[in-house]
Write a protein that binds this ligand. Sequence first.
Ligand SMILES: Nc1ncnc2c1ncn2[C@@H]1O[C@H](COP(=O)(O)OP(=O)(O)O)[C@@H](O)[C@H]1O
Ligand SMILES: [Mg+2]
Length: 241
Amino acid sequence: MAKKRAEKRKKSKKTAGKADPTETMVAALAHEIKNPLNSMMGASQYIYNKYSNKKDIKEFIKIIIDEIERLDRYLNEFLSFSRGITLNLKESDIINFLTGVIMLTKHSFPCEIKIIKLKEDIPVVYIDHEKVVQVMINLLSNSKDAVKETPSPSVDILVDYNKNFLYITVRDNGHGIDSSDIKKVFDPFFTNKNEGIGIGLTVCKSIVKKHGGKITASSIKGKGSEFKFSISRKAVAKRHA
Ligand SMILES: Nc1ncnc2c1ncn2[C@@H]1O[C@H](COP(=O)(O)OP(=O)(O)O)[C@@H](O)[C@H]1O
Ligand SMILES: [Mg+2]
């Protein structure tokens, strides 16, 4: 088992190429933690089923299972951050794409998410669907958290473009961000949430950068926030087309 893992580590080192050493280390560590977690999950589920008639045992095992699941979620976020980002670009109608993203998230959302086109004839762009879905889900999930206490929550997606870029903005009327925090929101591990890890926006930033764009945040405390990112219409598309 240990030998297998060591071999795996060796292999992943070889294939890592020129990846950032910190990213490689995070990925290796996350994988090492994932294996024992899987065994713990299997064992916990076995006990949970075996003692299904013992209320107190079930209650405690359920706590273990929930916590293992939480750790697993954390690890997946770390892995998505550390995975060297190689894009798999596809020509995309962005309105269709965003409609699909809304379908994915709407069941857990407190309000309808509207798509607002700021111009007609939105051009096609070349994006890596899976990666940009991740950006959208991270932004929408932050908006969802931010509007929790808003009496009439609203979250919109605005689409705009110019000669060189397509722009997507996620706008919410949530609690907003302190002006002293706005510069830090893209920093790794910056979070204001009890259960947060502060890596969602860091992941967004690196994915957007790979698409030849930028992401910016603006906010008025108590009124809401806007996260706007661009996708290059030319450079990246040409290189990968
Ligand atoms: N839409 C938003 N409204 C208010 N604050 C936000 C919003 N998006 C991000 N933030 C702030 O930025 C921090 C970092 O976000 P993120 O990187 O996604 O990490 P996490 O969601 O785990 O805290 C959040 O903890 C929050 O303080
Ligand atoms: Mg987040």
